[in-house]
Design a protein around this ligand. Structure first.
Ligand SMILES: NC(=O)C1=CN([C@@H]2O[C@H](COP(=O)(O)OP(=O)(O)OC[C@H]3O[C@@H](n4cnc5c(N)ncnc54)[C@H](OP(=O)(O)O)[C@@H]3O)[C@@H](O)[C@H]2O)C=CC1
Ligand SMILES: O=C(O)[C@@H]1CCC=N1
Length: 272
């Protein structure tokens, strides 16, 4: 979709894991590198991105002053300091898109010039391979066109949904942190394979392809996960023996408690 700000100047503040994932997606989607200015307090990091992607690099002030859209990808703990700098150089009407966990649109608006349109987005790292999942929420001064710009930014590297902001802590707990839970399960399954005597490389190949196949089935068939699990679980067979152990160890309950903890932590992050 073409928007009014298609291929307009973007400032990316904070070029760590998430910043680079989004940057790479934007460039793969055709956004010209010369229209992206990256700022990071670590000069080695900006030098790497300049070399790797051909983007401009500069101070926060330079990046913000020349941008129609400012994307903030620093840790929530660094947000207050950064917003002071942003606020001093923002042009009226510039859209500010924050990727930070927990940081509310109210937090952002309170620290930016009156009337600044802000959008809160929760992305995830699969954006690096164009399979991201992002949820977008609008601030008070963000109109439909602003939401569309934020959505288009994130769509460059995956799927996007719009959610009311009060869902964002839950979204963070599920899709924001979610890749880490999956990698944790993958690690555990590989360890199990090694415990059972498989070479590590073989165990890794078996687990990764199993995960990929299962994820593809979920996505392409649309079949409920319970049905898919039942199809694998033969009466009196191996799978039920394993699932019974998982239930005995309260793994399902542990997932619920873990994600409640993540959502609680997200809500705490704006408190500083
Ligand atoms: N990683 C993930 O999976 C996800 C992260 N997020 C959110 O994205 C944001 C970034 O996370 P992530 O990429 O993992 O973090 P990183 O620490 O990898 O990247 C943040 C970068 O911002 C730099 N930075 C900090 N303060 C400033 C500043 N004032 N000016 C310029 N640069 C600054 C940091 O420098 P230094 O190294 O010196 O600290 C670092 O290079 C967070 O708010 C997080 O909640 C959201 C969803 C998923
Ligand atoms: O762990 C975190 O706080 C960030 C937000 C979601 C994923 N990583």
């Amino acid at each position: 979709m073409t928007t009014a700000r298609d291929h307009s100047p973007i400032a990316l503040l904070g070029a760590g894991v998430m910043g680079e994932a989004l940057l790479s997606g934007l460039l793969r989607a055709g956004h010209p590198a010369r229209l992206v200015t990256v700022s990071d307090r670590n000069p080695e990091r900006t030098a790497q991105l300049k070399k790797g992607y051909g983007v401009r690099v500069g101070s926060t002030a330079d990046a913000v002053a020349g941008a129609d859209t400012v994307v903030i990808a620093v840790k929530p703990q660094d947000m207050t300091t950064l917003l002071r700098d942003v606020s001093d150089h923002l042009r009226p009407g510039t859209l500010v898109v924050s990727l930070a966990a927990g940081i509310t649109t109210t937090f952002l608006q309170d620290r930016l010039p009156d009337g600044t349109p802000v959008a809160r987005v929760m992305p995830n790292t699969p954006a690096l391979v164009d399979e991201g999942m992002a949820a977008v929420s609008a601030g008070t001064h963000c109109d439909e066109a602003h939401v569309q710009i934020a959505t288009d930014l994130m769509r460059a590297c995956g799927r996007v949904v719009a959610v009311p902001e009060h869902y964002q802590d839950a979204v963070t707990a599920i899709s924001g942190s979610g890749p880490a839970y999956i990698f944790y399960v993958v690690e555990a399954m590989i360890e199990a394979g090694v415990l059972l005597g498989l070479p590590r490389a073989t165990a890794t190949e078996l687990v990764v392809q199993t995960l990929y196949g299962a994820a593809t089935m979920l996505k392409e068939t649309g079949t409920h996960p319970t049905v898919l699990r039942e199809q694998v679980s033969s009466p009196g067979g191996t799978t039920m023996s394993a699932l019974r152990e998982l239930d005995d160890h309260k793994v399902r309950a542990a997932f619920l408690t873990a994600m409640e903890a993540a959502a609680r932590r997200s809500a705490e992050l704006a408190q500083g």
